[in-house]
Every structure is written in C-alpha cells, then in structure tokens.
Design a protein around this ligand. Sequence first.
Ligand code: PLP
Length: 372
Amino acid sequence: MVDANRAGAVLTVDLNVLVQNYEFLCREVGENRVCAAVIKSDAYGLGLEPVALRLAQSGCDCYFVALMDEAIALRSILQNSGKQAEIYLLNGIAEGLEADLKHYQITPVLNSLSEIERWAAFAKETNKARKAILNVDTGMARLGLDRKEMEVFVANNGIADGIEFTYLMSHLACADDRSAAQNREQRELFESYRRRLGISQASFANSAAIFLGPEYHYDLARPGAAIYGIQPITNEINNILQVINLKGIILQTRVVDTGDTVGYGATYQTPRTSRLATVAVGYGDGYFRTLGNRGFGYIGTTRVPVVGRVSMDLITFDVTDVPENEALPGSMIELIGPHYTADELAADAGTIGYEVLTGLGARYSRNYVGSS
Ligand SMILES: *Cc1c(COP(=O)(O)O)cnc(C)c1O
C-alpha cells in the first residue's frame, strides 16, 4: 500500500462494472437506437482517457462532451487507439471554433439562432454541408432555441441552409422525479416542435429519462450519471452498479476523554471516552466540508461517524466501536463504497452524487480495474 501512503487515499475505478452499466443502459434504450455516453467533465470525474478507451473497446462509438477542449482531447485519445467515433459538443459553437470543429470532426449541438447562422455561414464558405444537432429548450431555460427563436426559425428556415440536422434534441428538467408533470409537458412540447421542424430523428433522454419509459427514449439517448454508478431517479433503486471505491488511510489514532473537543471550531465534544482516527483526506480532495459531524465511513461493516469539521487534508472519525486492531495507523477506512455509496454520501453532504464524482480529488492514488 505504498501508493496509499504517498497519496492519503486510494480511488479504485472498476471499468468492467462501468461497461456493465453502459451495456445495461443500451439494452434499456432498445435495439436500432443509439446509446451515447456523456463523458463531459473528465468522464464525471472518473478520468476521460481510461473511461473513453474502455467504452470504445466495448463498442461505444458515440460521445457527448461539454467543451471544445474536452472534444479535442477525446478525439486524440480515440484516434491514438485507432477508434472512430461520433463526438458531439453540447455547448455549441462559440465564435472562431468552426475550423477546429471541422479539423477534429466534432459535431456541434446548435443552441441558438446565432449558432445556426455561424454554422451555415461556415458551410457556405467551405462549400460543404455541415452536420449538427438542433437543441430546443422545452423547459430548462438554459441552452437551446426558446419559443421566440423557434418562431423566427420556423418563419426563416433558409437560415439553416447548408446544415444537415441529424437530430432534434431537448433536455428534461425533472427527469429524476418520476411524478413530475413537467416531464410529460416537456415531451409534448418537444413533439410539437418535431412536427413543425420535420427533423425525424430525436434525442431526449438523459440517464433518468431512460427509466421514465420507452416514450422518452427516442433515437439517441444521452446517459451520463448511470454509467458511472449514480442512481438517476431520486428515492428509486434501479439496476445500476457501483463503479468507484474510495479508501482513506489512517494517519494516527488517539484516545480522548469525555468532554474533549475535536477539530476547528471545537464543534464536536466527545460524550464518552472515545478512540479517534485521523484520515489523510479533506475538502482539498473534494470531500465535502458539509460532512463535518454528518458523514460516515466504514471499517469492515461497522459505521464510523465523522466527528468535528472536515479540514483541508484531514478528517477525524470516531472508531470507538471498532476493534482496536482494525483501526490502526495504516488501516483503511471506506469513504465511498458498497456500504456508503456516492449517492448516500451526497445526501449527507446536502448535494447529489454527480457533484461527489466530479469533485473527486486529483490527489488520490487512482487504480483502474479492467483498463483496456
Ligand atoms: C449532462 C447531460 C446529460 C447527461 O445527464 P445524466 O443525468 O448524467 O445522464 C444529457 N444531456 C445533456 C444536455 C446534458 O447536459
């Protein structure tokens, strides 16, 4: 465990499990449909290169990223291993990106009339039809043509001359809530836009929407979170397997008297004579400070609470209930794993599993199982 001693914690990413999740989602989406992998933000914090290579090896040939730099990095990773793939850029075409989109063969999602005009102008200039996905806003008020832009676009269809729209796309605001009326409302608005625009292929589903039912799947699904082991629907356990495991190393243990305080601000006072273990992970590693006096770790099957505040590089656990020889300097505490998932940790931290994954620290010793 030399690596753990150097790093403070070991993050294990099981790429075989990740591929099982992806393949399960592909089956849910159905045959003759495309199940892309959303791989933005460093593959949700799990590592763009190892994740992309393993997904590509399993046959995934369609990816979504948010940023142009991510798209370029992904293209070179795939190209270096001889893989062809469709790469879609969610954030669209900022000024001046046209030549790079062409050079790296990235297909943009067009989110506004001005982006449509920009891509059409480039098609004209280069005398070649350009592919794109057209994004319409049906309730997120974030990216995509809004109602007003839709009217202008329908009335001036010619502005898209030279663009081949391969899919019409939209994104749900409340897909994680099965009972939300907005899911159906957004789908109905999406349907009306499809009819008006006459773009036959459609992309609508993120991870959660795949579980809302086949009427949400359409032709191209865009799951991210569920691939990485996050349960997409709140308070619902679907067949998603845990991909990551995070174990922190105990630096030091001590026995403190009843009434002693722990950590910055002295926010925890021991109610009994207690054994404490200090682990070499902190908010500098993305371990949420809100977990102070609220989070847990596990030693074997015994739950050990975080006591006191989380520091930048250190967390203190109460290990009184664990046999002494299982909580010694050098022993490991499960911080995320089978007993305490990223979703459970997120709930205790007051956030969502997505933020836990994308915040996973750069200082962890990373260990990839099943790398291609
Ligand atoms: C991030 C993102 C996704 C993936 O969502 P998950 O909930 O992680 O499955 C899909 N579509 C768009 C537009 C996104 O921004």
